[in-house]
Design a protein around this ligand. Structure first.
Ligand code: GTP
Ligand code: GTP
Ligand code: MG
Ligand code: MG
Lengths: 275, 294
């Protein structure tokens, strides 16, 4: 009996280590393991424990699973997040996906700050055959969004994907700028469904959690777009985010091309997390 | 904070005069927690723990500090020692032009850092020429050209026509750089996954032709456990000379710094602390150590 008790703790420690290595974080891993301890039988074997863990994680990530934007318009999707996470590329992927679904799609290049940011999105628009509303370099991003909304309404578009500049979530001025962009959308197109997606790089560690908190506060968030999942990083920080902020993962990015996009599947994600 | 936790533990250890295996285990557990929360890689943490244990149980303990204070000091010194151990300034060739090549994962900040590096070397009297080998990302050439132009530095346009015969294109670039007296040549490369064998091989070939004095791994300070995997792969497949850690203006603890240095053995020479070209600093190991420890 003593032997099986020791073995159980060894297995549970191993599972906790796997979660930590996947960037789930020490605190969240501890909580998940605690839930596992109470929910599983004392004599559960390794396979049972592992399956129970996967069930637990999948359940955490399945809350609010329905409600993914499907482009039945009018929908405005705001792409927000810290620098370099993949917002511009992911905006293009969403535009491609909804266009392929037969929707009337537009893009707004509201990153008026970074070098060649608008040119980057404009090239995507050209490639995909999706119109891109731009502004002048250094202009107020809210002005670009305003113009984009007028155009979007005039053309009775289904989906408008708004690309914003990368910003560090601790920069209050930039976070206020984002809040203003959101207000413009709500004010100018109150009838539209507003989706605010946090574009999160799967390689990020625990800092993903404060990022999610801040962006939730300033731009409101309706979901997460997890990028660069084609790398080796597991993106486990989304577990803690789902737990604390109840944010669903809507899409995952698996490459640099416009088709490298999947709808999020909790089961598949959890399998990969522990592989 | 690690120091807070260890101070709390001090109360529990009060009266004890030397570090023992027993009170050491508690201190190490707290240190492990702090490091993991700071995104230091799990295996790097375990190795670090072993080093600390060895030091703490050794000669040094017979001082006036309490055991907990002693452990904190050893941890801080050891951390700063690893981070700053190989410290060297930016390397230049004795036969100009020097080539500085920036590599790393997608979105880590390479293109932006090229501009920062150019501005920094100009500040020590050099004449940089910037070039980008990224022919894939939309407007990548334009991004570096815009940065170069805004800073007043020359930009060499690498076109897909030129890159059709890469060996010739690279040799032509080096000749151009030497003839115009530019030094260093700062080379931006496309972001790539360390598991993309084809792109890693492409990078290895470019490096072989350019023979750079610096191959700089540009890493994002918010990287989590994966930091060792990518950095190690770039070190093994390409060979690195140094590291630049970006986005330290955020509030990520930056444990990736320790992970990357521990696994590659290469020094961090600079850090990025913002998007603008002047947001660039020489790396300070003690400051990074404090940041990681929280
Ligand atoms: N491998 C991989 N690369 C990606 C993915 N998504 C984006 N990228 C790459 O990541 C890099 C950054 O992408 P961007 O779309 O420019 O990121 P961003 O968030 O708009 O960046 P900023 O606007 O500068 O903040 C580019 O090289 C993209 O090709 C993905 O899912 N997988
Ligand atoms: N806040 C902050 N942002 C930075 C820093 N360094 C770079 N960035 C931003 O990070 C984003 C990505 O930078 P890039 O220079 O395009 O990254 P990259 O590595 O060249 O990207 P790829 O070529 O797609 O691999 C941009 O928004 C930059 O402005 C930094 O130190 N701090
Ligand atoms: Mg962008
Ligand atoms: Mg680049």
């Amino acid at each position: 009996l003593f032997q099986s008790g020791k073995r159980r703790e060894e297995i549970l420690d191993g599972l906790e280590e796997a979660l930590i290595l996947a960037d789930v974080g020490v605190a969240a891993s501890g909580r998940v393991l605690e839930a596992l301890r109470t929910k599983t039988r004392k004599d559960a074997g390794e396979a049972d424990l592992e399956r129970a863990l996967k069930d637990e994680l999948a359940a955490m990530l399945s809350r609010r699973a329905d409600g993914r934007p499907d482009g039945s318009g009018p929908t405005v999707i705001l792409m927000v997040g810290v620098n370099g996470g993949g917002k511009t590329t992911s905006a293009a992927k969403l535009a491609a996906r909804f266009k392929r679904d037969g929707k009337r799609v537009m893009l707004a290049a509201a990153d008026t700050f970074r070098a060649a940011a608008q040119e980057q999105l404009a090239l995507w628009g050209k490639k995909l055959g999706v119109p891109v509303v731009k502004g002048s370099y250094g202009a107020d991003p809210a002005a670009v969004v305003f113009d984009a909304i007028q155009s979007f309404k005039a053309q009775q578009g289904d989906v408008l994907v708004v690309d914003t500049a990368g910003r560090i979530h601790t920069n209050t001025n930039l976070m206020n700028e984002l809040e203003k962009v959101k207000r413009i959308v709500v004010r100018e197109h109150p009838g539209a469904r507003l989706e605010s997606l946090l574009v999160l790089d799967a390689t990020i560690g625990q800092n993903a959690i404060p990022q999610a908190r801040e962006f939730l506060k300033f731009s409101g968030l309706t979901g997460i777009f997890l990028t660069k999942v084609d790398g080796t990083a597991k993106g486990g920080a989304v577990v803690a985010i789902a737990e604390e902020l109840d944010l669903p993962i809507r899409f995952i990015g698996v490459g640099e091309g416009e088709d490298d996009l999947f709808e999020f599947s909790p089961r598949e994600f959890v399998e990969a997390l522990l592989s | 904070q690690l120091s807070e936790r260890l101070e709390r533990m001090m109360k529990f250890l009060r009266g004890e005069v030397k570090v023992t295996d027993k009170n050491m285990a508690e201190a190490l557990k707290m240190m492990r927690l702090a490091f993991l929360e700071a995104d230091v890689n799990y295996k790097v943490v375990r190795d670090f723990e072993a080093r600390i244990k060895e030091k703490a149980l050794g000669e040094e303990v017979l001082r006036s500090l309490s055991p907990a204070q002693q452990v904190i000091k050893i941890v801080r010194d050891e951390l700063a020692g690893i981070l700053g151990g190989q410290q060297k300034p930016l390397l230049f060739s004795s036969r100009p032009p020097s080539v500085i090549m920036l590599v790393g994962l997608q979105g880590s900040g390479k293109t932006t850092t090229c501009g920062k590096l150019a501005r920094w070397v100009a500040g020590i009297g050099k004449s940089p020429l910037l070039v980008s080998f990224d022919l894939k990302r939309p407007a990548a050439q334009e991004q570096l050209k815009t940065i170069a132009t805004s800073l007043g530095f020359p930009f060499y346009e690498m076109t897909s026509a030129r890159m059709a015969s890469p060996k010739e294109a690279l040799k032509e670039l080096l000749v151009h750089t030497a003839n115009r007296g530019f030094d260093p040549l700062i080379v931006d490369t496309a972001g790539r996954l360390h598991v993309d064998d084809e792109l890693m091989e492409e990078l290895r070939l470019v490096r072989a032709i350019l023979d750079p004095t610096e191959v700089v791994y540009v890493g994002d300070a918010m990287t989590g456990q994966d930091a060792v995997r990518s950095a190690q792969a770039f070190e093994e497949k390409i060979g690195l000379t140094s590291v630049i850690l970006t986005k330290l203006d955020g509030d990520a603890r930056g444990g990736a710094a320790l992970s990357i240095v521990a696994v590659t053995g290469r020094p961090i020479k600079f850090i990025g602390v913002g998007e603008k070209p002047d947001k660039f600093e020489v790396f300070h190991p003690e400051r990074m150590a404090s940041r990681i420890l929280g």
